[in-house]
Ligand binder design. Structure first.
Ligand SMILES: Nc1ncnc2c1ncn2[C@@H]1O[C@H](COP(=O)(O)OP(=O)(O)OP(=O)(O)O)[C@@H](O)[C@H]1O
Length: 870
C-alpha cells in the first residue's frame, strides 16, 4: 500500500504542477490558434514534468498494468503485478498535454471503484480498450481471484469472443446478450453484496460486470440497480466496467450518477477526457479531472486477448478440479450446532452457497436422474458438515438402498482403515427392514430427547444443551433411493411411513434432520395419502439434472442443467426461490485426504460405525459375541446369525431347561448346514471341554464337509464329539427317551428329513424312533438334552414332530428358502409373511413370539457356491 500511496501522491502532485503550467500557458497564448501549448518558457518546464509523470506512471503500473498489450507481453508471468485487497490502478489511456510528450493516464479500478466510457463497444477502439482493461486486471491480480460477468447487448457477445476459453473453463460467465441476461448479472452482483454485508467477504472473489453495450429495453430499473451496485459494490469486491454509459436519451431525465466511478468521455478528433477518479486523491482542485486530453489505451487485439485467455483457462481448469478442498474449512470442528447446521457445498455464481439445516429448513429432498451427481453432492455435503462440526455436535446415519457403494467412504475397509468419526450407522445395499429399524431407532432417540427436554423444563434443544454436560449432537439421516423403503404396499411400508412422518414432523425440535434422495418421487405408493403431510416438512429441495419432480409442478429449471449443477430451493420448490448452484467433483484423493484429517482427530473412544452391507457374508468365526463366549454364561445360546437391525446384533436361541428349546433349520438351501454348524460351535464354546456330549449325524453328502469341519473343530477343542449314522441316532434317541443323561447332550442332525422313514419303523418294543424323538423333544430340555436339526423338506419336519400337536415342542426355528405359505401353515400362523431371499433367513422363536429377519451365519465363500433362493 505504501508504494501505491507514494505513486499516487507523486503523480497527483506532478499532475497539478503540470496542470497549472498548462493554465498559465493557455492564458499567455490566448488568441494563438495554432498551438495551444506554445509559450517557450512553459514548454520546457512542461516537458520535464510530463517526463517525470511518465516515469512515475511506469513505476506505478508495472507489467500487465501499463505495458503495451502486444505479442511481447503474453508470456509474462500472471498474477504478479497487483495484489488483491489494495486498489488496482491501470493504464486507461495516454495523455499528451504537449505535442510528442506523453504520459500514461492511470485510473483506479478493482479495490477502489468502477470505470465507465460513454461510447459503447460497437466502436472498435472502445472494444479493444475494454478487452485491454479486462486483460490488464485479470492478468495482474492473483490467479482465479476475478470472475467476469460479460454483457454485450449489441453484438451478441462478439466483443468477448477472444475470452471463450475462460468462459468454457467457467471462470467467466457466458456473455449475457439480453435484458434478462443483464438482470441475471445484476442479481449475482447484488447477492455478492448481500453476502459481503453479512460478513462473508473472505471467501468472495472479485466480481466484475463488464458491459460492452447495454441490451435494448434497459431503463430506469436497471439504472437504479447499477447505481446501487456502484455505491455498495467496492466494499463487496463488486466492480463495474461499463461501455456506453451513460446511455444517451432522446428525452426525459438521464440516468443517475454512478458513485466511485472514473468516467471517460469522448471529445473531438479521437481525444477523450478523463474525470476525477474515486479515492482520496483529487487530480484537480475544481473536480474537473485530468487536465490533459487522452488517447484511449489501444488495449488488446483479439489475438493477444485470445492467447492470454488460453493461458488463464489452463489454470482455471486446475483450480476447478481442486475446488473440493476449498469447500472444506481451514480448521476442522470449530462450529457449534446449537441452532442448526450449515455447510458450503458449492457456488451460486462465485458466491459460496451454504446449505442450512435448522428450524426453518429442517429436512431436505434431493433428486436427479441416474448419473446426475447425487452421490457426489451428498459426499460434499456430508464431508463439509463433518469437517465443520465435531462428533459431539453431529452424528450421521447413512442408508443406501441401491446397488452401489456410495457410503463405503465412511467406513473402514481393507484398503483404508479410516472412517468418518461422525458416522453411527452405515447401510449399504440395505434391506427395507434395516431401513425401518434405523427409522425406529431414531424415533426412540427422538423420544428420549423429548423426555430429557421435559425433565429439564426447557422447550428448545439449544437450552437443553446449555443445561447439560452430555453431548447432544444434531443427527443427520441420509436415505439414498428412499423410495425403495416405501415401494411396496405392505406392513413394512406402512410402518416406515409412520416412523418417517413422526420424524419429519417432530425431528426439527429435537435436532434430527432427514435428507431423502431419489431419482424420482413417482411410484411411492405407500406415501401416497401422506405425501403432502410428509413432504411439506421438507422445504429444502435440491434438484439435480432431471430432478425437477421435487420442485413445484411447472418449475422445470433443473431439466436442462449440466452435471455439476443443481437448482437449490428452500421454499418447497416454488420457482421464485430457485438458485442455481455449481458444485465441484469430489475426487477420491481429496475425499481420502479429508477423511484422514477427520479420522486422525477422533477421540480414543470413537468406535467405527455399525456397518450393514446387504451383500456381505457373515461368518461365526468373525463374530465378536461368539469370540467372547465362555463356559461362564448364565444361559447358553445357540447363535445363528446377525439381525437386520441397527448395529447388526448377533442373534440366537437360549438353550435352557424350558420345554421346546430345540432348534430346527428349514429349507433346501445348503446354508441350513452352515446355520447348524454355527449353532453347535457356539454352544460348544459355552461348555468346558468334556462336560457335554455332542452327537453329530450327517444324512446328505452336501453337509459332509461342514460336518467334518465341525467334528474336527469340536474334537480339537477337547469336546466329547462322536459321529452317528441312522442306526446310532435311533439307539441314542431310545436311550435318551428312557434315561436321564449324566451331562448336557446335543444331538445334531444334518438333513434330518432323510431318517424320518427309518425312525418311523417299529422297534422290538413296538415303539418307533419317532415316538422316542417326540419324548426327547418334550422332556429333553429339562435334562440338558437339545436337538439341533436341519430339515430340507419342511413337511417331513412337521411329520416328525407329530404335526400341529408337536408344534410347541420345537420352539426355535430358522426358515431359509421355505415358501411363505408352507411356513405359515406349518406354524399355524396365517399372518406370517415371508418371502425367501438370498443371504437372509427368518428367525422365529415361538416362546417369545420373536420374528426377525437375519443374515444367517455361513461358511466362508458359501455365496459363490450356491444360487439362491433355489
Ligand atoms: N460436480 C461435478 N463435476 C463434474 N463431474 C461430476 C460432478 N458431479 C458428478 N460428476 C460425475 O458424474 C458422474 C455421476 O456422478 P454420481 O455418481 O455422483 O451420480 P449419481 O446421481 O449418484 O448417479 P447414480 O444415481 O447413477 O449412482 C460421475 O462420474 C461423477 O464423476
Amino acid at each position: 500500500m505504501g508504494s501505491i500511496a507514494q505513486f499516487l501522491g507523486r503523480a497527483v502532485d506532478l499532475h497539478r504542477q503540470a496542470a497549472s503550467l498548462l493554465l498559465d500557458a493557455e492564458a499567455s497564448v490566448a488568441g494563438l490558434e495554432d498551438d495551444q501549448f506554445a509559450g517557450a518558457a512553459a514548454d520546457g518546464e512542461l516537458r520535464r514534468l510530463v517526463a517525470q509523470l511518465q516515469a512515475v506512471a511506469q513505476a506505478g503500473l508495472p507489467g500487465w498494468l501499463g505495458m503495451p498489450l502486444d505479442g511481447r507481453i503474453v508470456s509474462r508471468q500472471l498474477g504478479q503485478d497487483a495484489r488483491s485487497g489494495g486498489p488496482l490502478f491501470l493504464r486507461v489511456g495516454d495523455a499528451e498535454p504537449i505535442r510528442n510528450s506523453v504520459f500514461w493516464a492511470a485510473a483506479p479500478f478493482v479495490g477502489a471503484g468502477h470505470l465507465a466510457i460513454d461510447t459503447d463497444a460497437r466502436d472498435r477502439s472502445v472494444a479493444a480498450w475494454l478487452r485491454g482493461v479486462l486483460v490488464r486486471t485479470i492478468a495482474a491480480l492473483p490467479e482465479g481471484s476475478v470472475r467476469v460477468l460479460p454483457v454485450d447487448g449489441a453484438m451478441l457477445g462478439a466483443v468477448f469472443t477472444a475470452f471463450r476459453p475462460l468462459i468454457d473453463a467457467e471462470a467467466w460467465a457466458a456473455p449475457a446478450t439480453t435484458l434478462a441476461g443483464l438482470r441475471t448479472a445484476l442479481d449475482e452482483a447484488e447477492r455478492q453484496i448481500t453476502a459481503a454485508q453479512a460478513g462473508d467477504l473472505q471467501a468472495l472473489p472479485v466480481l466484475l460486470i463488464a458491459v460492452a453495450a447495454l441490451p435494448s429495453g434497459h431503463g430506469r430499473a436497471e439504472w437504479a440497480r447499477l447505481a446501487a451496485i456502484a455505491h455498495a459494490g467496492p466494499a463487496a469486491r463488486v466492480h463495474l466496467l461499463l461501455a456506453g454509459w451513460p446511455p444517451t436519451l432522446m428525452h426525459g431525465d438521464g440516468p443517475p450518477r454512478l458513485d466511485h466511478t472514473t468516467m471517460i468521455s469522448s471529445g473531438v478528433d479521437g481525444w477523450w477526457r478523463m474525470s476525477e477518479t474515486p479515492g482520496p486523491y483529487r487530480l484537480s482542485a475544481d473536480g474537473s479531472g485530468l487536465a490533459a486530453p487522452i488517447r484511449l489505451d489501444p488495449g488488446a487485439s483479439e489475438d493477444v486477448a485470445a492467447e492470454f485467455s488460453r493461458r488463464m483457462a489452463a489454470t482455471a481448469a486446475v483450480a476447478r478440479r481442486t475446488d473440493f478442498a476449498s469447500l472444506m474449512p481451514d480448521r476442522i470442528w470449530q462450529e457449534s450446532s446449537a441452532t442448526g447446521l450449515r455447510a458450503t457445498v458449492g457456488r451460486d455464481g462465485r458466491i459460496p452457497y451454504e446449505l442450512v439445516l435448522d428450524d426453518a429448513t429442517p429436512h431436505m429432498l434431493l433428486a436427479g436422474r441416474s448419473g446426475a451427481g447425487k452421490t457426489n453432492l451428498l459426499l460434499i455435503l456430508l464431508y463439509a458438515l463433518a469437517s465443520r462440526y465435531s462428533p459431539d455436535e453431529l452424528g450421521l446415519y447413512l442408508l443406501d438402498f441401491k446397488e452401489g457403494v456410495s457410503f463405503v467412504e465412511f467406513t473402514p475397509t481393507l484398503k483404508d482403515p479410516s472412517w468418518i468419526p461422525h458416522a453411527r450407522t452405515v447401510g449399504i445395499e440395505s434391506d427395507r427392514e434395516y431401513g425401518l429399524a434405523v427409522l425406529q431407532a431414531l424415533t426412540r432417540e427422538m423420544n428420549r430427547r423429548a423426555a430429557a427436554l421435559k425433565a429439564a423444563g426447557v422447550t428448545k434443544l439449544a437450552d437443553l444443551r446449555a443445561s447439560t454436560d452430555v453431548a447432544l449432537p444434531r443427527l443427520v439421516v441420509v436415505i439414498d433411493e428412499f423410495q425403495v423403503l416405501f415401494g411396496a404396499n405392505d406392513t413394512l411400508a406402512r410402518d416406515a411411513v409412520a416412523a418417517l412422518e413422526d420424524l419429519a414432523r417432530k425431528g426439527r425440535s429435537y435436532g434430527i434432520h432427514l435428507i431423502l434422495a431419489s431419482q424420482t418421487l413417482a411410484g411411492i405408493e405407500a406415501l401416497y395419502t401422506k405425501k403432502d403431510s410428509i413432504f411439506g416438512q421438507f422445504p429444502l429441495r435440491i434438484a439435480l439434472p432431471g430432478g425437477s419432480g421435487i420442485l413445484e409442478s411447472g418449475n422445470t429449471a433443473a431439466d436442462g442443467l449440466p452435471v455439476g449443477s443443481a437448482v437449490v430451493n428452500n421454499a418447497g420448490g416454488v420457482e421464485q426461490a430457485n438458485r442455481t448452484v455449481r458444485f465441484p467433483e469430489a475426487d477420491p484423493a481429496s475425499l481420502a485426504a479429508q477423511r484422514h484429517i477427520l479420522w486422525q482427530s477422533r477421540s480414543p473412544v470413537n468406535e467405527p460405525p455399525a456397518v450393514f452391507a446387504g451383500y456381505a457374508e457373515h461368518h461365526i468365526d468373525d463374530d465378536p459375541l461368539y469370540r467372547a463366549l465362555t463356559p461362564q454364561v448364565r444361559r447358553r445360546q445357540a447363535l445363528v446369525g446377525r439381525a437386520i437391525d441397527v448395529g447388526l446384533p448377533t442373534v440366537g436361541f437360549a438353550m435352557d431347561a424350558v420345554p421346546g428349546r430345540h432348534l430346527a433349520v428349514l429349507g433346501t438351501s445348503t446354508i441350513g448346514a452352515d446355520v447348524l454348524h454355527a449353532a453347535t460351535a457356539s454352544l460348544a464354546s459355552q461348555h468346558e471341554p468334556g462336560t457335554a456330549r455332542f452327537v453329530v449325524a450327517s444324512f446328505a453328502a452336501v453337509a459332509d464337509q461342514v460336518v467334518d469341519d465341525l467334528v474336527a473343530a469340536l474334537t480339537a477343542a477337547g469336546h466329547d464329539c462322536t459321529e452317528a449314522d441312522g442306526g446310532t441316532v435311533r439307539a441314542i434317541l431310545a436311550e435318551l427317551a428312557t434315561a436321564v443323561p449324566g451331562r448336557p447332550t446335543y444331538l445334531v442332525a444334518f438333513a434330518a428329513d432323510v431318517i424320518v422313514p427309518l425312525l418311523g419303523e417299529r422297534g422290538p418294543e413296538r415303539r418307533t424312533g419317532l415316538d422316542d424323538l417326540r419324548i426327547v423333544l418334550r422332556q429333553g430340555p429339562g435334562h440338558g438334552v437339545h436337538v439341533l436339526s436341519w430339515w430340507r423338506v419342511a413337511r417331513r419336519f412337521s411329520d416328525a414332530i407329530g404335526g400341529s400337536a408337536g408344534r410347541e415342542d420345537v420352539a426355535c426355528l430358522v426358515a431359509l428358502n421355505v415358501p411363505g405359505s408352507e411356513l405359515s401353515s406349518l406354524l399355524g400362523d396365517h399372518t406370517l409373511s415371508w418371502q425367501p431371499r438370498s443371504n437372509r433367513a427368518l428367525l422365529l422363536d415361538r416362546h417369545d413370539q420373536r420374528q426377525r429377519l437375519i443374515v444367517p451365519f455361513v461358511r466362508p465363500g458359501r455365496h459363490d457356491e450356491i444360487n439362491e433362493p433355489g
